[in-house]
Ligand binder design. Structure first.
Ligand code: GLU
Length: 479
């Protein structure tokens, strides 16, 4: 039998990191066992579901490298099918029409609250006679369809992450609503628990892997599987992603949507790598930097932790910086060129761009750091106070003038690292200047300050369009 896993997002918001991590675990396990990874868009909440969110979720999955194997299933296309199953459950005595009004439900809740009981429906219409039903309908009352939940039953399953889970029927909130309110003998729009069971069966899902917030739904769904005589998949409930205070990561924690991570400058490979370790502790991984392919080979649901996984910016940043550092230069320069383009910066050549990227990549954490790091190579920074003081205290005018003269004389020589070093050595020896002072003066000339990337390599880049000359000239004027 083919192994089939799925992600079943509700398109009621942007692609969230929690959903993305669930997708990743499903995808990884599907790869591991040679199964399929499928998508089902759960858009039966017509008011909150939006097609732009579906688009956002699918684009986010693609960006993360999580390809799905079949055309996504959309629940809004399958409403009549769900209604057929609801009807079947009614005909076989598992479900019934319930006419309790909103007001009656509120009264019941109030009463329960006063007694300190949790909300639970009292199943008052479970055994209505045909005549009673007719009477309610003739009064114009609308109705939902409820699935009978035996109070005395215990529901048990072996969760692939948590081991045996037991749930008592009496703790499921009373008979389960399968459909929204509808008039007369109509069946209203189907709700989540019914649609999920029908679709997981229809899609031949063998492994359901989803967040721990669905544990009580699983108990309800198992009862529906049994009533419909469907084969049960295995269930795995993944831990929540927590913030620093140990609470569920939410919008208040600044960044939660995958778009935002992308816009902040995280690489998809780095984010996927980080997310895999968010709640998963492999027995056999020696490294933390692993591609999705490598992870899928050692991934197992049983290595997912039960306890919530704390989100760590520090770790994510470290992983991202490792990916930036180790990325192939041409590929990285293509990515960074887009940031330059947005700033209106044009590198003089592709070779120059690659050299600059190699120069700055070790000090980058996020892709957007490339803007700050490469800015002095595209525009002339002002000389800061510390730089200016240095120039004046160390009589930098003369050595800088000598370097300038040398550069002008050697106009035709293409400067590289060796020549740069040679110029510094020669001038410092000949004129008895300290090499360190000379280099720092040059640094102020190039960067306007005493900090910046490797001087000689930077010089090579500045010399490409002679901006080493113009920068030294500008600096001389300021001393
Ligand atoms: N649509 C549900 C959600 O977004 C997922 C349901 C499931 O995986 O069964 O939380």
């Amino acid at each position: 039998m083919e192994n089939r896993l799925r992600l079943a997002p509700s398109p009621t918001g942007l692609f969230h990191i929690g959903t993305a991590r669930t997708a990743l675990f499903n995808w990884l396990y599907a790869q591991k066992i040679g199964g399929k990874f499928l998508i089902r868009i759960e858009d039966t909440d017509f008011l909150r579901s939006k097609s732009e969110y579906t688009k956002n979720i699918l684009e986010g999955l693609k960006w993360l490298g999580l390809k799905w194997d079949e055309e996504p299933v959309k629940q809004s296309d399958r409403i009549t099918i769900y209604k057929k199953y609801i009807k079947k459950l009614m005909e076989s005595g598992f479900a019934y029409r319930c006419f309790t009004t909103e007001n009656e439900i509120s009264e019941l809740r109030e009463e329960q609250k006063k007694k300190g009981y949790p909300p639970k429906h009292d199943n008052r219409h479970r055994n209505l006679s045909k005549e009673e039903i007719e009477k309610f309908i003739s009064q114009g009352r609308n109705s939902v369809i409820r699935f009978k939940i035996d109070e005395k039953i215990q529901i048990k399953w072996v969760d692939q992450i948590r081991g045996e889970i037991k749930w008592q029927g009496k703790d499921l909130g009373g008979d389960l609503v399968l459909s929204r309110r509808a008039m007369g003998y109509e069946i209203g729009d189907p709700l989540y628990n019914l649609a999920v069971v029908v679709d997981d069966n229809f899609m031949n899902i063998t492994h359901v892997v989803r967040g721990e917030d669905h544990i009580s739904n699983t108990a309800k769904q198992i009862l529906i599987y049994e009533a419909l005589n469907f084969k049960l998949p295995t269930f795995s409930h993944t831990p929540l992603i927590l913030n620093n205070e140990g609470k569920k990561l939410s919008k208040r924690d600044c960044v939660t949507s995958i778009d935002e991570f992308r816009d902040m400058g995280y690489l998809p490979e780095a984010l996927s790598n980080y997310m895999a370790f968010l709640g998963w502790s492999p027995k056999s991984a020696e490294k933390e930097i692993l591609s999705l392919d490598e992870i899928s080979k050692i991934f197992d649901l049983s290595d997912i932790n039960k306890a919530g996984a704390k989100f760590s910016w520090e770790k994510l940043n470290w992983i991202n910086s490792q990916y930036i550092k180790n990325m192939e230069s041409v590929k990285l320069s293509e990515i960074i060129s887009r940031y330059w383009e947005n700033m209106g910066w044009n590198p003089p050549s592709q070779e120059w761009a690659i050299k600059l990227v190699n120069l700055i990549k070790d000090s980058m954490t996020l892709l957007k750091d490339a803007i700050d790091q490469s800015k002095p190579f595209f525009s002339l920074p002002p000389i800061d106070k510390e730089g200016q003081d240095f120039l004046e205290k160390n009589n930098s005018k003369e050595p800088l003038q000598l370097i300038l003269n040398y550069l002008i004389e050697q106009n035709t020589v293409k400067l590289d690292k060796e020549i740069g070093k040679q110029i510094i050595n020669e001038i410092s020896k000949k004129h008895n200047f300290k090499k360190g002072t000379l280099m720092k003066s040059l640094r102020v000339a190039f960067f306007g300050s005493l900090s910046g990337p490797d001087l000689i390599q930077s010089w090579e880049l500045f010399s490409e369009n002679k901006s080493d000359i113009s920068r030294i000239e500008r600096c001389l004027k300021s001393i």
